[in-house]
Design a protein around this ligand. Structure first.
Ligand SMILES: *Cc1c(COP(=O)(O)O)cnc(C)c1O
Length: 387
């Protein structure tokens, strides 16, 4: 169905940060399939994991033990300090699990009409519950009635949450992105997440991070919240976890980890041997190839180079981000830059109408980062009115 307005290009193959279209033209992929292919394209570790597992076992269902699911679950919990994982097949599904978990937790404590605090300009997915949680009318329009039980507050505004806390008795959780992705690479102040943690501790709410875009090393830490001291009760992952093989995960710790019991939730495909074997290969490669450190280093370099290059460019109102999650905000809509960049051999994205979004693979090298700056710098400076 016509759910996407597609760019006029079809890719035939990829290698590292590069993609080749069906005519043999090469492109630098500074988007990674929207923060998915952190290891780049056609990574040998991913290929080997897929091939080996396909030759052994792809699917049996969650009616039986799944060794690869247990292995990946152990790796993820050890790495994040969480206690348990539910595996799904996408980001939206991981968030659905988190939302169901928060509601069930509330009902078990006698709260019949639980509400979850969510932020303006947030993005949590396209299923009915997750689009209802999403703070973007365009995502919701036409799909009413929306799922009830979400209470919206401005992002990076602790006061708004304090006011909500003092007026409402039925709030049970905060669902928040540590950096807003689709919303325009919005980085909150460093005290934001710690203050949310303190409020959740005081009120007995669950703190749920949606790290579907920010997780898996993207921001230069394994999870973006590790930049500040504010651990979640629940955290969701997806995009970078399978490097393109569909997988999502909802992790929880403490009491939150014990909420979903047999019969409460499930998935036919979730946590299958193939997806989990690939997830394990991704985690192992992040370590063996020092990709999180690389994301931090190249991200810092890319951010400074862009700031230097665009310092005097009229129309650029902000350049921000963490690691290899970078946004360049212009003073007006700039969606046409995506097509211009494509013509120049560079894949980028524009989100929130006027924020150029860069999410390159975590394997990005210094020369490749320089090329992004060079091509993008020229395009932005050539954008009408920017010189
Ligand atoms: C992409 C994304 C989702 C949705 O993930 P899907 O796999 O497309 O369902 C949810 N939350 C955030 C923050 C995302 O970036």
């Amino acid at each position: 169905m016509a759910t996407y307005k597609r760019l006029p290009v079809t890719f035939a193959r990829g290698e590292g940060v590069w993609l080749w279209d069906t005519n043999g033209t090469r492109y630098l992929d500074a988007l990674s399939g929207i923060a998915v292919c952190g290891l780049g394209h056609a990574h040998p570790a991913v290929r080997e994991a897929i091939c080996e597992q396909a030759g052994q076992l792809i699917h049996t269902s969650n009616l039986y033990g799944i060794a690869e699911q247990e292995r990946l679950g152990a790796m993820l919990t050890e790495r994040t300090g969480m206690d348990r994982v539910f595996f799904a097949n996408s980001g939206a599904e991981a968030n659905e699990a988190a939302i169901k978990l928060a509601r069930l937790h509330a009902h078990r404590r006698g709260i019949e009409n639980p509400a979850i605090l969510v932020a303006e300009n947030s993005f949590h997915g396209r299923t009915l519950a997750t689009l209802s949680a999403t703070g973007n009318r365009k995502v919701q329009a036409g799909f009413e009635p929306l799922v009830q039980g979400f209470l919206r507050v401005p992002y990076n505004d602790v006061e708004a949450i304090e006011i909500a806390a003092s007026h409402r008795q039925n709030i049970v959780a905060i669902l928040i992105e540590p950096i807003q992705g689709e919303g325009g690479i919005r980085v909150p102040t460093d005290d934001y997440l710690p203050r949310l943690r303190a409020i959740c501790d005081r009120e007995g709410w669950l703190l749920i991070y949606d790290e579907i875009q920010t997780g898996m090393g993207r921001t230069g830490r394994f999870l973006a919240h590790e930049h500040v001291a504010a651990r979640p009760d629940v955290v969701t992952l997806a995009k970078g976890l399978g490097n393109g093989v569909p997988i999502g995960a909802c992790l929880a710790r403490g009491a939150a980890a014990e909420v979903l019991t047999p019969g409460a939730h499930g998935s036919t495909f979730g946590g299958n041997p193939l997806a989990c074997r690939v997830g394990r290969a991704v985690l192992e490669t992040l370590d063996t190839d020092h990709l999180i450190e690389n994301a931090a280093r190249q991200g810092d370099a890319l951010l400074s180079a862009l700031r230097e290059r665009l310092a005097d460019t009229k129309g650029v109102v902000g350049i921000r981000g963490r690691g290899l999650m970078i946004g360049i905000e212009l003073d007006r809509p700039c969606a046409e830059l995506v097509g211009q960049a494509l013509d120049a051999g560079l894949l980028i994205n524009v989100t929130a109408e006027r924020v150029i979004r860069l999410l390159p693979p975590l394997i990005l090298s210094a020369p490749e980062a320089e090329r992004i700056v060079q091509v993008l710098g020229e395009l932005i400076q050539g954008f009408p009115g920017n010189v």
